[in-house]
Design a protein around this ligand. Structure first.
Ligand code: G1P
Length: 297
């Protein structure tokens, strides 16, 4: 069976209300960790994993996102003229070839599953990836690449997974575990945002998926689930019910929940400390801040 994964869907239609008022005019995917928008981290991860076609499911108010991926010839020319070759390189690395990006609109906010199903017609009969830009994952080998490699062995559908505390399971899709083999977890069920105390495990679904076209077909029939929305988790769980394989992959790397303010700030600190040109000055500042905090307590 062909196990090529060359297309990725980026559901970016969410309103980002948790970051109001910033998101009144700036899509949350354009918000930056140090100097790169969240969407750039997602794109870089996808590219590193061999993704060739990028499908954005957008909504009203997201045109800044389309502009971000447009070429900036005037800016490039002025950087070139000024001899700012490093910046020019940074800018050029964000360029995407014509024809590799598709934008389509989700007209109604009916949930993640619905957003993914909006891209059905662009998928065809190969497996595809889904990347949620809120989940930023730092690691030596990009998370999606780890998963695509594992998927070459397993086939089926695969979700990224990690352990969360029992109090947090109600914020996630959660796996019911059949068995485990190293980082690969075979699922016998999956439930979206289980009520407190009812989660089948504490292995949460994190926003990286490798899915088959059959999951798109399932989305047509699953109906509304948790929160009254059409849930991707339900369409994947349907695969298990139909007797097909679904795996969780315990990725190597640090995940930041950039859909929450605390997670976004943690990622900002971590990414700043990872930058050679910022590390010393920023670390010193953090130490001072910490001392001030301690003294005030
Ligand atoms: C979505 C998915 C959920 C998953 C989570 C990971 O939820 O529906 O299954 O665990 O992303 O970040 P959301 O965070 O959009 O509510």
């Amino acid at each position: 069976m062909n196990r090529k994964v060359s297309k990725a869907i980026f559901p970016v239609a969410g309103l980002g209300t948790r970051f109001l008022p910033a998101t009144k005019s700036v899509p949350k995917e354009i918000m930056t960790l140090v100097d790169r928008p969240l969407i750039q981290y997602a794109i870089d991860e996808a590219r590193a994993a061999g993704i060739e076609d990028f499908i954005f499911v957008t909504s009203r108010g997201k045109s800044a996102l389309e502009d971000y991926f447009d070429l900036a010839p005037d800016l490039e020319a002025s950087l070139e003229k000024a001899g700012k070759t490093e910046l020019l390189e940074v800018l050029r690395n964000t360029n995407m070839d014509s024809g590799t990006i598709a934008y389509l609109r989700q007209h109604k906010a009916l949930g993640l599953g619905h957003a993914v199903s909006c891209a059905s017609k662009l998928i065809g009969d190969e497996a595809f990836a889904v990347i949620l830009t809120d989940d930023v994952i730092a690691g030596e080998k990009p998370c999606l690449q780890q998963m695509i490699e594992a998927y070459q062995e397993t086939g089926g559908a695969m979700v990224a997974t990690m352990e969360v505390s029992p109090e947090q399971t109600s914020s996630y899709g959660v796996l019911d575990i059949a068995d485990q083999n190293g980082p690969i977890v075979k699922a016998k069920g999956m439930v979206e945002k289980p009520a407190a105390g009812t989660a089948p495990s504490n292995l949460a679904v994190i926003g990286r998926y490798i899915l088959t076209p059959q999951v798109l077909a399932n989305l047509e029939t699953v109906g509304r689930g948790a929160g009254g929305e059409i849930q991707l988790t339900d369409a994947i769980a349907e695969e298990i019910r139909a007797g097909r394989d679904v795996f969780g992959y315990r990725f190597d790397g640090q995940r930041y929940d950039c859909g929450s303010k605390a997670g976004f700030l943690q990622a900002t600190v971590a990414f700043a400390l990872a930058r050679d040109e910022l590390r010393d000055e920023f670390a010193e500042f953090l130490t001072q801040m910490h001392a001030v905090q301690q003294a005030a307590q």
